[in-house]
Design a protein around this ligand. Sequence first.
Ligand SMILES: [Zn+2]
Length: 125
Amino acid sequence: MIDCSRTENYFAEKQRMTKKHKLNHGGYACKLNCADCPLSHLNNGSTMLCSDFEALYPEKAIESVQKWSNEHPQKTYLGEFLKNYPNAPLNRDGVPKMCLYVLGFMSMDDCRDGCIECWNQPIKE
Ligand SMILES: [Zn+2]
């Protein structure tokens, strides 16, 4: 679980949820429809716009993003690997005995000690 009460996680997870992006003519827009967004005025339990809601009720905004984050866990290489190969032998850190780079998903130079970080990287969509 990602702790959304940590500022950097909150913003990262909110970004993953809303997929806010820059428009050609300037300004920003979410890819997520307000109707589907827990922070929007339609769903946040008040009639406030999401930015006002976030500013005035930060705990509730964090709670909403946390709930979304829990319900939409990011896929990791480890999770997907174990889904396909549930009986693969793991090392004492709980990751496969070979590094992810052996499978061609990353460079050998990026390998981290124990390979936990290698395997727990989110799969980019
Ligand atoms: Zn590694």
